[in-house]
Design a protein around this ligand. Sequence first.
Ligand SMILES: [Zn+2]
Length: 86
Amino acid sequence: MRIRCPFCGERDLGEFSYLGDAEARPNPAAPDAAQLFYEAVYLRDNPAGPHDELWYHAQGCRGWLRVTRDTRTHAIINSVFASERP
Ligand SMILES: [Zn+2]
């Protein structure tokens, strides 16, 4: 699988680290934050189809990316810096 980094261009998957669901980010200030983080880390959904994920370009620009990937085919639909919204 290859991921297009907005800064570095298309690169091999081995340069990136998967950091989870881009939408399931609990609020650390919530009173039940420990439970919310437990659920986000260990009780994740396994969606079939386009899914927004966070990836870290560890072997490149060290940018955080929001990647839209079809989990059925691994096709990369879109990738932007995580600070941007598509
Ligand atoms: Zn990069």
